[in-house]
Design a protein around this ligand. Structure first.
Ligand code: GDG
Length: 735
């Protein structure tokens, strides 16, 4: 029975040492609750670091045995590994860069990187010791970016999902990291990569396609053999738990106390882990500004601020903690009165019952991080508002602001805006609070943590099925043999060959892709067999094909079927077509050439092509979209078709396509072997037009109407070479 293996840096446990022995107790954070439905079942397991350094082998054995009953498997780390892999690389490179703090906090140390690799390998070894073929592995977060590819190298077929809990930054930030390519390659070992928001998805696609030699089609990256799907899966919370907590007696009691203590005051709540990304100092700054600007706020509003200690042995964090202490002290010193303190500050964590009472009681929840992957506090506040009241102020830099759109959304750097938002919140009428809170509660209820787990796991299954169906269509050894057997048995064959991307790899300069000696040899060998009709069917200009193949015994079709040349005859152009439309379209294309360095126009008899292969990455695609929109109506008026190809946009007469051209050669002929090879959108017309008995082969692993696929021109050449072995002359030699 296949199992699911969850992997994260930390196990969902707390380990404590009592009377010289270690004890473990489950720690139910958001992730642990969400994944509880998985790792607690059957043979499923969760692999991770137990969170403390345990050195003695006896202690390790004892903890391992104890955790086994909870379906948890520990990866033990020594102090140096914790320092360098966790504190060093994860928290001093990845955390600051991914939260856009590269220049202030990132330190790129080679030894930290070395440890990061070593510890990722340690996790890999633990996975390999339990994983079996068919298992599903779900890896979490920034500490384990290399792990997907490390596991993939050992288990090529296993299902691997990866989820990043923090933001994925723009490529302009990400590319600062010296080991950026290795990190991306590590992540691309997964089959499905999940982020909290669509922006993270865009950033990842941008970074991967700019920094690695991979291509992407919408949200799918072709990584050699495998297609990797990149998608957003906004994480939810255990909404039912937060909605039911305020009904518990213990929580009710605390709610009573809070109400009593803050009678006639508007209570503004803020809860964060100590971190510079959470914008705690800036929030205090805005609060102070509000007290300065708004005399009537004094004695009427209270900021209840919880900061949960985190990493404060690291100097930067200790410094931040000290700055917060100072700032709170200053505000209170300036504004406190006999019976009012503007800021109630707690630097510690509280039991969930206290959090619930605060969520339930606070008039406003102020969530203003500078950057946050998601931010669960905002969702917990919403889920706790069972009377549909209360106001959420939300930073637009947090992932959850993309979902909780009825919140008051602010830019946390804009002090004035934050002040105005607080004023708006404390003065908001109950009807408006309700109008905003109801849809947010519905959203948090539906997109809860089990929903998040389910849609991620379902999608991972789908991705694996998609990959398998693509793999099944790859021309394997057995399919190849059966195609060759058919080839040998047949007497009248037609072989359609596209050129660029099919017989030769793409070159950035279109004139550099000229045929090489090997290709001429293959074509000549195949042409020697009188049973073969070879057809080169390309979008290139006829002059171009002529210069390369005029001496070869091959039927040439140029410009997608505008020009034909049978062996031993001269070129003729398809009749009855107009090219007058070019006068209108050409000047439009020229404006795009003027605005897009590196792009150029290619003119063919019945088409115009705008090439942008050499334009700045991303800009070409943007302009191509713009051009598409620009030409849409004009094209349909004039009977033209717009074709978006590989770094090209082609405008051509609608009546011409490779499918029609291929049919003029096959219709009414009794070919007993029809085969077509092609790699792009224009070849799809051939695949669709040819009869069912034809063998159609797409080059590249994208979805296609073709029956089979080959990976690259080298594989096409290999198959054609196998055919060539059976030309009569060749067989005589072999005998
Ligand atoms: C990372 C990403 C992303 C806080 N104080 C106490 C307490 N908490 C709990 C909250 C909440 C959690 O801690 C904090 O979650 P966040 O999402 O706000 O932030 P990070 O810890 O930075 O988490 C973040 C998250 O991963 C999930 O993917 O949303 O963007 O940075 O659940 O309730 N819990 C208790 N006492 C406290 O005093 N018991």
């Amino acid at each position: 029975m296949p199992k699911t293996i969850i992997v994260s840096n930390r196990l969902p446990v707390k380990i404590s040492r009592v009377d010289d022995a270690y004890h473990s107790s489950p720690s139910e954070g958001g992730l642990a609750t969400g994944l509880g439905s998985i790792y607690k079942q059957g043979d499923n397991v969760w692999i991770g670091w137990p969170g403390v350094e345990i050195t003695a082998q006896d202690d390790r054995d004892q903890i391992t045995a104890e955790l086994k009953d909870l379906n948890l498997i520990p990866v033990f780390l020594d102090q140096e590994e914790i320092n360098q892999y966790y504190e060093g690389f994860s928290n001093e490179v990845l955390w600051p860069v991914f939260h856009y703090y590269a220049s202030t906090y990132a330190a790129y140390k080679q030894s930290n990187w070395d440890y990061y690799q070593t510890v990722n390998k340690k996790f890999r070894d633990m996975i390999l010791s339990v994983a079996e073929p068919g298992d599903v592995i779900w890896i979490h977060d920034y500490q384990l970016l290399l792990l997907p590819a490390l596991v993939r190298a050992q288990m090529p077929d296993v299902s691997i999902g990866f989820f990043l809990h923090i933001p994925f930054p723009s490529n302009e930030m990400f590319r600062l990291i010296p080991w950026r390519s290795e990190l991306l390659e590590g992540m691309l070992g997964a089959d499905l990569i999940g982020f909290h928001t669509f922006d993270d998805v865009r950033h990842f696609l941008g970074a991967a396609t700019r920094l690695l030699p991979v291509s992407s089609n919408a949200n799918i990256i072709s990584n050699g053999e495998r297609s990797v799907v990149i998608e957003s899966f906004p994480m939810g919370i255990d909404e039912k738990k937060y909605a039911s907590l305020p009904l518990q007696d213990e929580v009710k009691e605390q709610i009573g106390l809070i109400k009593e203590n803050f009678k006639n005051k508007k209570l503004i709540l803020s809860i964060d882990r100590l971190d510079y990304s959470k914008g705690i100092l800036q929030r205090l700054e805005a609060f102070q500004l509000l007290l300065e600007m708004c005399p009537e706020c004094k004695e009427n509003i209270t900021l209840y601020m919880i900061v949960v200690p985190s990493r404060d042995t690291v100097p930067q964090y200790a410094h931040l903690r000290d700055e917060i202490d100072k700032k709170v002290g200053k505000i209170n010193a300036l504004y406190r009165t006999m019976d009012w303190s503007p800021v109630h500050y707690y630097y510690r964590s509280f039991p969930i019952e206290t959090l619930s009472a605060l969520y339930y009681s606070a008039d406003v929840c102020l969530v203003t991080p500078m950057r946050d992957g998601m931010n669960l506090v905002s969702k917990e506040y919403v889920a706790s508002r069972i009377n549909n009241d209360g106001v959420l102020i939300m930073s637009e830099m947090a992932g959850s602001s993309k979902e909780l759109i009825e919140a008051i959304i602010v830019n946390p750097n804009n002090m004035g805006e934050v002040c105005r938002a607080i004023l708006q919140a404390i003065n908001m009428k109950p009807e408006e609070q309700r109008r905003r809170m109801i849809p947010m509660r519905q959203l948090v209820a539906k997109f809860n943590t089990s929903h998040w787990v389910k849609i991620f796991m379902d999608r991972l299954k789908e991705v694996k099925l998609m990959q398998r169906s693509l793999q099944a269509r790859h021309v394997s050894n057995t399919t190849e043999q059966s195609i060759i057997n058919r080839y040998i048995k047949t007497k009248k064959r037609i072989i359609f060959l596209d050129y660029d991307g099919t017989l030769v790899n793409f070159k950035s300069n279109i004139d550099q892709a000229s045929p090489d000696k090997e290709l001429y040899n293959i074509i000549n060998k195949l042409a020697e067999d009188p049973a073969n009709q070879l057809v080169l069917i390309s979008g290139r200009k006829h002059e171009n094909l002529d210069s390369w193949f005029k001496d070869n015994d091959i039927y040439l079709i140029a410009e997608h079927g505008s020009w034909f040349k049978q062996q031993g005859t001269s070129w003729h152009k398809i009749g009855g077509l107009s090219d007058q439309w070019k006068h209108d379209i050409y000047p439009i294309l020229e404006t795009y050439v003027d605005r897009t360095p590196g792009s150029f126009i290619e003119e063919k008899t019945y088409s115009l092509v705008w090439h942008y292969r050499k334009a700045q990455a991303g800009l070409g695609e943007l302009r191509a979209n713009e051009l598409m929109n620009n030409l849409k109506y004009l094209a349909s008026d004039k009977g033209l078709q717009l074709l978006a190809g590989d770094k090209v946009l082609e405008v051509k007469n609608m009546d011409i396509n490779k499918g029609k051209a291929a049919l003029t050669l096959t219709e009414g002929k009794d070919y007993d072997f029809v085969i077509a090879f092609g790699d792009d959108y224009t070849d799809e017309d051939i695949f669709k037009a040819l009869p069912e008995s034809a063998i159609t082969i797409k080059v590249g692993s994208n979805l296609s109407a073709a029956k089979f696929y080959l990976r690259n021109p080298a594989e096409v050449r290999k198959l054609l070479t196998s055919f060539a072995r059976y030309t009569p002359a060749e067989m005589d030699v072999e005998k």
